[in-house]
Design a protein around this ligand. Structure first.
Ligand code: GLN
Length: 542
């Protein structure tokens, strides 16, 4: 097995995760089995307890691990499924080292960063690469961060132990353009590489993020000062239309050839390139729809990352450009707030926690129901749809989720029984993949084309089964059910063109090459809505 370590320099948010994911995609295209993982130097055990303001989306794996959103990129760009072994944090390492110390595993010794913490990190690298040809490990943060040092030290030791041609260091860095000077500047990269070399790591490949072409002269300068061959200076320009351009961009720069050569691998070029077709469909789609996403963290780029990506995938599957209008749920609460929803071809309410913006999301679910607009609710998006339905259709005044109103007279959404005794906040929700049985003939069953599916979860509340007879009697259809525990997993509305809400997170299982069936069906429904509502308008004008 071969090991690639990806570090980042100069600034954060360079798109290291995307670079690692794109490299993984290229290597996979050449027939190699690839796994990508992330080591995060912060002290949280996992990002599950961090707010989207701090950390963006929490990405959930099949096994229920709450992980960094970069793992979403890894799963979208490559075919392997990841596990909780693939997102290591300093918090996990220290937790484990301290437990061992208390147990007496290090009896008589002083417990230290080198070797005890670094051994722990190295052991994880060994463990997490089972069954693949290439294991790519991205180190979170930026070189020079104090927390990152033990990780870099562990990588250095690891590379030494496995020997040359077995491990490879790639440094992703920023080459900024200074408009006053009218040129790209290499000094920050030089300094960041110097910092790495100080701790004994010489990167063999430099990936330079830039918004202007590097040019031969600059490549030579970077080569000279950073001690890498010029052909290993890779330009990664800002993408024009889609992140799915990155694999092709890196391929043009010869990155996969270079990696394969440096690691002494044999992997023939593949004439078939799926990324070309994916990109063609993104750049030149035949159709167009506009979808509103109603959320609380609408201004943050990363809070609903997988949702936005999955919408794009749904577009790819339908040969359709999807314009996403981000709507702040709180703004919908105001009088006249629903004007923002007018003219949308579809409305999506993603997951969320906490009371803020809830009434606005309920407004969105109601508006879609009353106006026959395709509605797609994800997790909390299902819960608000049920609350709206209970209030409006069943006439249950004050109906709510006990998450937002513990004293509601009609707790149509209630905390799951086993959650009532949970005190700790970390990793205690209903997490990970569970079976969902589909009701034949429903929109969901048709979209999936299956009888039963597995989907990933992250929630504490659920539909209160005591209200099911009433809800069903008034036209709500339960199209997906967890067979073991009888939990409602998917609902639809009889008589509505496309109103589907799910208790799970389908956005964690969608890829550009294989859109999640419900996202594909939602975009298809939005297209249909656009066609028919336009038709209506025309008729009226005549
Ligand atoms: N807050 C809700 C719950 O805990 C919904 C969670 C979510 O949308 N992920 O059940």
């Amino acid at each position: 097995m071969k090991y690639i370590f990806v570090t980042g320099g100069v600034v954060s948010s360079l798109g290291k995760g995307l670079t690692a994911a794109s490299l993984g995609a290229l290597l996979e295209m050449r027939g190699l089995r690839v796994r990508i993982q992330k080591f995060d130097p912060y002290l949280n055990v996992d990002p599950g307890t961090m707010s989207p303001f701090q950390h963006g989306e929490v990405y959930v794996l099949d096994d229920g691990a709450e992980t960094d959103l970069d793992l979403g990129h890894y799963e979208r760009f490559t075919s392997g499924k990841l596990s909780r072994l693939n997102n290591l944090t300093s918090g996990q390492i220290y937790e484990s080292v301290i437990q061992k110390e208390r147990r007496g595993d290090y009896l008589g010794k002083t417990v230290q960063v080198i070797p005890h913490v670094t051994n722990e990190i190295k052991a994880r690298i060994q463990q997490s690469g089972n069954g693949v040809d290439v294991l790519i490990t991205e180190i979170g943060g930026t070189t020079g961060d104090i927390e990152g040092l033990p990780f870099l030290e562990a990588m250095r030791q690891f590379a030494l132990q496995v020997g040359p041609k077995e491990a490879l260091f790639i440094h992703v860095t920023l080459v900024p353009y200074l408009s006053a000077a009218g040129e790209l500047k290499t000094k920050p990269t030089q300094q960041s590489v110097a910092k790495l070399r100080e701790i004994g790591i010489q990167p063999q490949i430099l990936v330079c993020r830039c918004d202007h072409p590097l040019g031969e002269e600059l490549r030579e300068k970077l080569s000279l000062f950073c001690n890498v061959p010029t052909k290993a200076v890779i330009e990664e320009r800002n993408v024009e239309s889609s992140i799915y351009e990155v694999p092709l961009m890196l391929q043009k720069e010869g990155m996969d050839d270079l990696v394969i050569e440096l690691l002494g691998l044999k992997a023939p070029r593949n004439p078939k390139n799926i990324w070309v077709e994916i990109l063609r469909r993104i750049i030149h789609p035949r159709h167009e729809v506009t979808i509103g996403v109603v959320g609380k963290y609408i201004e943050l780029q990363d809070a609903y990352k997988s949702v936005y990506e999955s919408i794009t995938h749904g577009g790819i599957a339908n040969n359709c450009r999807v314009n996403v209008v981000r709507l702040d749920a709180e703004a919908l609460e105001a009088r006249g707030g629903t004007t923002a929803l007018r003219g949308l071809d579809g409305i999506l309410v993603p997951g969320g926690f906490g009371e803020r913006g809830i009434e606005g999301k309920i407004v969105a679910a109601r508006y879609a129901r009353e106006h026959g607009i395709p509605y797609y609710g994800l997790c909390l998006g299902l819960q608000v749809a049920v609350v709206a339905f209970a209030r409006d259709v069943l006439g249950l005044r004050g109906a709510n989720s006990t998450e937002f109103d513990p004293r509601t007279p009609h707790p149509v959404i209630d905390i799951m029984e086993e959650q009532k005794k949970v005190v700790d906040k970390g990793a205690t929700m209903r997490l990970g993949s569970y079976e969902c049985q589909l009701t034949p003939g429903t929109l969901a069953a048709r979209a999936y084309g299956a009888k039963s599916v597995r989907e990933r979860h992250r929630h504490r509340y659920e539909v209160n089964n005591a209200y099911l007879p009433q809800l069903k009697g008034a036209g709500m259809v339960v199209s997906g059910l967890n067979p073991r525990r009888n939990l409602v997993e998917i609902i639809e509305l009889r008589g509505h063109p496309w109103y589907v809400a799910v208790q799970f997170h389908p956005e964690f299982q969608s890829k550009p090459s294989a859109a999640h069936p419900l996202f594909a069906a939602f975009v298809a429904a939005a297209r249909k809505h656009r066609r028919t509502s336009r038709g209506h308008r025309k008729v009226r004008r005549r």
